[in-house]
Design a protein around this ligand. Structure first.
Ligand SMILES: N[C@@H](CCC(=O)N[C@@H](CS)C(=O)NCC(=O)O)C(=O)O
Length: 306
């Protein structure tokens, strides 16, 4: 099986989710650092335009978005499972809470409370994070603190009544990882993290347990090596388009796919698979040959043309 290659940047909280999955599953993986801001030509050569971090590459297959990356890693490496106590649907559903309600105020605090963030990063995020009011970022800080702590309180309430070390039992799970990544972001990127998290001692104790998961065995490679791995491989067989009365798409259609929340960069290609879990397209590239790009169905818009 080709290597697992994660295209990410070390400060990325979303990438931290997947680094923790590598830890939980004790996987060896290769790391390619991507720039924090556009342009990212080495990444978009693979994705066709999708720019967010992280992206998982396995040969000529490119997996976008942490929900889909988790699903793919679980399918390929089922043990130890991301779902030790079941609750697969509920676990994925939790992303709408942690990616939005918990992450967004944390992202606001990371941008608004750090002195000296380079102007080009602020400008990039100004265009990218449509959920933030950059015109009055300082004025938003009290609300961001309040919202971050309101979500931390929910997590603390849950941890307070736990009789097991992790949220869904004796082993860590995708639920733990999703709930933990905004806490990791606070500790890593928010200057007043100590005060912010001080009212939540159960989160502190559980965070120490989460850190024991590790991040698997990482080796650093450059983008050219990742491109060579894509060139040398063919995409995995696609599952086709599932029957559904609510759309008219068929395998072979030209489509574009893009996120429906922020970072609206369309990726054009030929549809090869579509169901209620995911979307796959193939792109012909002069540099790398055929590349398959995969997205989750939840949170991604497919449109005809491209
Ligand atoms: N829904 C996406 C969100 C990913 C995301 O927003 N990642 C941030 C980094 S933490 C990002 O891409 N920021 C802009 C950038 O790095 O270019 C996922 O789950 O992977």
């Amino acid at each position: 099986m080709p290597a697992l290659i994660l295209h990410h940047h070390d400060p990325s909280p979303f990438a931290e989710k997947i680094r923790l999955v590598f830890g939980l599953k004790q996987l060896a993986w290769s790391s390619v650092q991507v720039p924090m801001i556009m342009p990212k030509p080495d990444l978009t050569l693979l994705t066709g335009g999708y720019r967010k971090a992280p992206v998982l590459q396995i040969g000529a297959d490119i997996y976008c978005d942490t929900s889909l990356i988790a699903r793919e890693l679980e399918a390929r490496f089922p043990e130890p499972s991301l779902f030790p106590s079941g609750h697969v649907g509920l676990s994925y559903a939790l992303a709408r809470w942690s990616d939005k309600a918990f992450f967004e105020p944390g992202a606001g605090l990371s941008m608004g409370e750090n002195e000296g963030i380079p102007e080009e990063i602020l400008e990039d995020r100004f265009k990218f994070f449509n959920f933030m009011d950059f015109a009055d970022i300082r004025g938003q800080m009290p609300h961001c603190y309040a919202q971050f702590q309101a979500q931390a309180q929910l997590l603390e309430d849950e941890l307070d009544v736990l009789t097991t070390p992790y949220l869904s039992g004796t082993a860590p799970s995708w639920i733990d990882i999703q709930a933990y990544f905004p806490v990791w972001m606070a500790n890593t990127n928010i200057p007043r993290a100590g005060e912010l998290l001080a009212p939540f001692p159960s989160i502190g104790a559980w965070s120490q347990r989460m850190e024991t998961i590790g991040r698997g065995q990482r080796s650093d490679i450059d983008a050219a090596t990742a491109h060579e791995a894509a060139r040398a491989a063919e995409p995995a067989a696609a599952a086709g388009v599932a029957d559904n009365p609510f759309h008219n798409f068929a395998a072979g259609d030209s489509v574009t796919v893009m996120p429906d929340d922020y970072g609206f960069d369309p990726v054009a290609g030929t549809l090869t698979a579509l169901d209620t879990h995911g979307i796959s397209i193939e792109r012909q590239t002069p540099e790398l040959g055929t590349i398959a790009v995969h997205f989750p169905r939840s949170g991604y818009r497919v449109e005809a043309g491209g």
